[in-house]
Design a protein around this ligand. Structure first.
Ligand code: PMP
Length: 305
């Protein structure tokens, strides 16, 4: 069964969705992307797309930053996505990649006077950080501030920063980078937000620390508060707190909830998966697969019964 793309207004086999070499977005990083997961539920033989609307809402915000006129409404974007996944007939975890991009085949750095288009495709994708617990390093690359490139938008061009950090970490034999904000506080991973457990409370960098406001971050905050009765604080986080926290984990659509075992060659806690992290991991994994009735509204089923 081939994967499909929604491209230039219609569904086509993924292999046929090609853009021209002069496409503006390819040259200047002027596009907004999303990463959405469809999670396979074996018992129900169903794929649940997690928080679909919230992902497209964030994309709409990003498009406003880049002056991209999305020609589809929120509901239409969701409908196109569900239909495209149905066509693929996947029976496994998938990753959905929408992209709103400056589609004019015209060179010249600018946001104005360019056409835009929207595409989306889905591919099978299992684990992203392929480890049970990650070894991380504080990166020498910092997140840009809002007046450089706004980190709150999933702007393709900004991901050069993330790529520098990821490759530095991997070439130094770590799994993932932890980047600092321009003012030297903890910001986020190259594709994940970060949480610390300090004295039984959850602490995570706030919006002003150059983070992307992650949808998994929001999910975990809600689950921690509602299901575990935990206090969650969004604040400035010092680098040294990474070394003294009892537990630490990363969150992201691709990475799910990944425990962190080590930071800069120092063990986090005892280096094992901590009790709060383990509870949140279990809760999260049930919620995204449509196994928790209370949160089923976050899950869009793909296949009609
Ligand atoms: N930060 C960055 C830089 C990311 O790319 C991502 C992945 N989208 C996240 C955080 C996590 O966001 P989400 O939980 O919405 O996937």
């Amino acid at each position: 069964m081939p994967s499909y793309a929604f491209f230039q207004g219609k569904f086509v086999p993924l292999a046929e969705a090609k853009i021209g070499v002069m496409t503006n977005a390819l040259h200047y990083g002027c596009a907004i992307f999303e990463g959405i997961r469809g999670n396979w539920n074996e018992e129900k033989k169903q794929i649940y797309i997690f928080r679909l609307k919230e992902h497209y809402r964030r994309m709409q915000d990003g498009c406003r930053l880049l002056q991209i006129e999305l020609q589809y409404s929120l509901d239409k974007l969701c409908q196109i996505t569900v239909e495209m996944v149905q066509k693929g007939d996947f029976q496994e975890d998938i990753y959905i990649r929408p992209l709103a991009y400056k589609s004019s085949e015209a060179l010249g750095v600018r946001l104005h006077d360019l056409e835009s288009d929207f595409l989306v495709f889905a591919i099978p994708w299992g684990r992203y950080l392929d480890v049970d617990k990650a070894r991380c390093a504080v990166s020498s690359w910092r997140r840009p501030d809002d007046n450089t490139i706004p980190p709150q938008g999933k702007i393709t061009g900004i991901y050069v920063n993330n790529a520098f950090a990821k490759t530095e970490a991997v070439s130094n034999n770590f799994d993932e980078a932890i980047m600092l904000s321009p003012d030297g506080h903890v910001s986020e991973g190259s594709g994940e937000n970060i949480f610390l457990v300090i004295d039984g409370r959850l602490v995570t960098p706030a919006g002003y620390s150059s983070i992307l406001m992650g949808i998994t971050r929001d999910t975990v905050i809600k689950l921690a508060q509602n299901e575990l009765g935990l206090e969650v604080t969004e604040r400035l986080v010092d680098r040294s707190e990474l070394y003294t926290a009892q537990e630490c984990f990363m969150t992201g659509t691709a990475a799910h909830l990944t425990p962190i075992a080590e930071i800069d060659n120092r063990k986090v806690g005892d280096g094992e998966i901590g009790p709060i992290t383990a509870k949140l991991q279990k809760l999260y994994s049930d919620v995204i697969r449509g196994r928790n009735a209370k949160y089923i509204d976050w899950c869009t089923p793909v296949y009609k019964k």
